[in-house]
Design a protein around this ligand. Structure first.
Ligand SMILES: [Zn+2]
Length: 196
């Protein structure tokens, strides 16, 4: 409990701080009338408006890109030990929809919400094109490399090359140094360790 005596001290402190606060408030109001600060405030407001528009358009663009991708489905296991179907080309994956269906939409990022909305409109994928469980980042990196070397091959051939590349990665033991340089070549972070 605060004693009457303490209350007096608190009141004094409050009135001190309150005076300082109001003084600074006055100064800020004064500054807001100067042309340069007026300009700054105006620009900030515009920036916020543009940010919202930009984000929405980016979401629409992604939505369209996911819808227009001729998906190539593969399987990964997420951090909860659940299988996840994902596209090695565009990264679209079912985790977002699964979490949405479980009422965990709030935990999704903006991009994941876009994915969930695309998937809601599509029929569920039962069979993956590539039937090997592989980290999503790694699979997308391997796909990208194959496409870099062979831009014109069809998806069936891509799958064949993908399986060969992944088998080599998994079956041929290499030093940690080689693993680091392999991660770099694939555009993965240098401490990437989800090869198996
Ligand atoms: Zn795709």
């Amino acid at each position: 409990m605060i004693s009457k005596n303490d209350l007096e001290y608190i009141r004094d402190d409050y009135s001190d701080i309150d005076k300082q606060y109001k003084k600074i408030e006055q100064e800020i109001w004064g500054l807001e009338e100067t042309p340069i600060v007026k300009k700054y405030i105006g620009l900030q407001k515009k920036k916020t408006e543009l940010e919202i528009k930009r984000k929405n358009l980016h979401g629409l663009m992604e939505h369209g890109e996911y819808e227009n991708c001729n998906h190539l489905w593969s399987i990964s296991m997420d951090e909860y030990g659940e299988y996840d179907c994902f596209c090695v080309k565009c990264g679209l994956n079912y985790k977002s929809l699964r979490l949405t269906n479980r009422g965990k939409e709030n935990s999704l990022s903006f991009d994941e919400r876009v994915m969930a909305s695309v998937l809601k409109e599509q029929s569920f994928v039962n069979d993956a094109d590539i039937n090997i469980v592989c980290d999503r980042e790694l699979a997308m990196a391997i796909y990208k490399k194959i496409r870099e070397y062979y831009p014109d091959i069809d998806d069936k051939t891509v799958i064949k090359y993908f399986e060969i590349a992944l088998n080599d990665i998994r079956n041929i033991e290499v030093s940690d140094e080689r693993k680091k340089s392999r991660a770099k070549r694939l555009g993965l972070s240098k401490d990437f360790n989800k090869w198996k």
